[in-house]
Design a protein around this ligand. Sequence first.
Ligand SMILES: [Zn+2]
Length: 369
Amino acid sequence: MEPDNAQLVVSITNKATLEQAWYNEARTHKPQTFKADATALVDPTDGGRKCDFCNWRTLTAEDAWGRFERRHAVTGSNLFKYGEPAHGLVLFKHHDPLAFSREQLDDFLGVSADWFAAAAAAHPDAAHPFFIWNCGPRAGASQFHGHGQLMLTTLAVPAQARLTQQAEQHALAHPGTSLYHDLVHSHAAVGLARLVVRGADRCWLLAHLAPQKDMEVVLLGSALTSPAFVAALHASLRALVDGLGVQTFNCGILNVPLGTQAAAEAANGLVANGFSELEAAPALEAAGGLGPDREPAQQGSDGGGAGLELPPLDLSWRPMMARVVSRGKITSPASDFGCLEVIGHASIGHTDPFLLIRMIDEQLGAAEV
Ligand SMILES: [Zn+2]
């Protein structure tokens, strides 16, 4: 082949979880023979006038324990359940699924946390929470209006069961580290990890090297009500929607803590780590370099950077893990899930994760102004 006809393919595999992505920038120019007319997310509800979720008081069900309501969001019960024994719904109070502020997201996650606590109290035998947010029909949503689903089940979903198993196996195979520490360190080594700080609260954010689908962001936080987590998730989603033109996405959250806020903080190493006694840290730190945990990062050949401030290794760290992915072009009728994904469990990486992290940096920077 002529040199200018060559294609660079980069394959990345997570050796702990076996997740795998194949990058080929040339594929983004691949001709698409299936055409659709829609150029944007189509609202079938006449701008909300025919939207069940805009009329949530009368057209959605409520759980046995009622609803949780805040200024911008409210919970309901899912009318078509598959999660057993509890399957709920969380709604933004506004209609447009792509327009949400940090305050609106804060309430969306806040009432979700309240719902999980009530569901856990009502069903003490069900120990497996899962948070689902599908935006747009391509991502699996059946309603235009921004909403998520809340599940508390007696059986863990496979992704949750695998994550728990992989974390245990990793700790046994590699004493002195954890799957989560290594995930952050490996991304920090190539400049794809960020630490978001709000007071004593922390969230680690990764532009995933082995994404499940395009533009995956992985967030490791303490709880749905964690200010650092809400800020990091908001910046990530705004980066996708506003910076990269995404109109359809999935956001799933694993390891959702069911205990009290204090238990969640302990799980994130905040209490044992004495973070609350530290001086206020800068609100945003780019963890571009590797340093010993809790020590200032050393200036390495990659340019160094601020410390990652990960919980100490002797603490059992089980952070809440959110995963956000783009579900491709709204204008393409061709699915972004083919045999490679459904059967092979690998994925094609369309978007350079270094571009993704730059877009997130812009959002995080704007949030500080
Ligand atoms: Zn609506």
